[in-house]
Design a protein around this ligand. Sequence first.
Ligand SMILES: *[C@@H]1O[C@H](CO)[C@@H](O)[C@H](O)[C@H]1NC(C)=O
Ligand SMILES: *[C@@H]1O[C@H](CO)[C@@H](O)[C@H](O)[C@H]1NC(C)=O
Ligand SMILES: *[C@@H]1O[C@H](CO)[C@@H](O)[C@H](O)[C@H]1NC(C)=O
Length: 392
Amino acid sequence: MVKSILSCKLDSRMKRFRCRTFWLAVSLGVLVLNLRRNYSDQTKNLHKSDHINKRIYDVERQEQDSQIRQELPSHYVFPWPKCQENTSAANVTDFSSLPSRIKDFLYYRHCRHFPMLLDVPDKCRGADKSADVFLLLVIKSSPGNYERREVLRKTWAKERLHNGKKIHRVFISGTTDTGFEKLRQNKLLEMEHREYNDILQWDFVDTFLNLTLKQILFLEWMERNCPNARFLLNGDDDVFANTDNMVEYLQSLKDNDGGKHLFAGSLMSGDPIRNPNSKYYVPVQVEINSFPIYCSGGGFLLSGYTAMVIYKMSQSIPILPIDDVYMGMCLAKAGLKPSNHIGVKTFGVNIPSTKLDQYDPCYYKDMLLVHRFLPQATFLMWQRIHDSNLKC
Ligand SMILES: *[C@@H]1O[C@H](CO)[C@@H](O)[C@H](O)[C@H]1NC(C)=O
Ligand SMILES: *[C@@H]1O[C@H](CO)[C@@H](O)[C@H](O)[C@H]1NC(C)=O
Ligand SMILES: *[C@@H]1O[C@H](CO)[C@@H](O)[C@H](O)[C@H]1NC(C)=O
């Protein structure tokens, strides 16, 4: 019998079938046992390495936590009451006919102080040492733009020395959305902040019409934490900025180490747009009839000196919905002028023919700043312009 089962040499077809099924079941059983053993070995190893990783993680967390606790001085109590809407704003002529974003703007236009949700007070190693920061990158970014920030951290906004000069980075942000989505967005920024220490976030709604507010809050932060930074790049998170070239350009300014006026970018002029469908709509109720010359907010370079002058001027100029125009108004009030730099292309680079590669690194390697660049393009271009084999 045993012999016949082993060899499956049974007569009837039915018996042969049973015999095969038997062997199939046995092999399956062996296979399952083996797999289980492997699996439990693996999970044992996994648990072991998990355990070690968690211990390393906990230690790092504790270090970071105590660092963050140190960063947020316990005596720092937000000194202003919560800003209330100005109900009289609704008294202006034809208020009811204005788009709701403009109504919102008018209701909260007077609000200039908001609590900080995330701070990096030692970004410049304290106000006294802040003169060591040669170029502070101040990048306007709203919470949802995670991918942009990730790529910038690896490319042009990497904190580093270039030509012996320190480049530091902060993203400036408000809050977006409501309810759980708002909480998730805030959590995301908080996690990034723990990992990179590069986010300044205030508790106001991060909209296009609140960008001026964002700029003023940043300048207030700068006066407190980084007043002597030599130069700043102020711009959007969807630009390609050649920060190496910027440092070289700023170093070449023989008579300015950041203590004199500089405000350079892509010059703009024009009057307020009265079309309610435009992103840049400024209704007559905002009470501004002409714009000064200004630099496009996509990105401009300024000296620490000029940043502090703008901050002082801003204290007596009502907030405008367009942040770059507002900067121009602050300059004008101080009797200073913005200047044009041909390397700043906030309307893109004009590549002479559509037959040419619109992303040929040779067109970009000598630029200071180009708008607009999305994450993949930024990552690729940064690698390509640094390729030592690049021949132009
Ligand atoms: C605005 O209008 C309200 C009534 O709608 C009135 O009570 C208030 O005094 C007005 N404010 C101003 C500043 O005119
Ligand atoms: C509120 O709005 C009214 C009408 O625009 C304005 O006259 C007043 O100065 C505003 N109040 C504050 C506190 O900004
Ligand atoms: C600006 O932020 C304030 C504070 O969060 C908010 O109340 C207001 O609606 C925002 N303004 C605009 C135009 O979004």
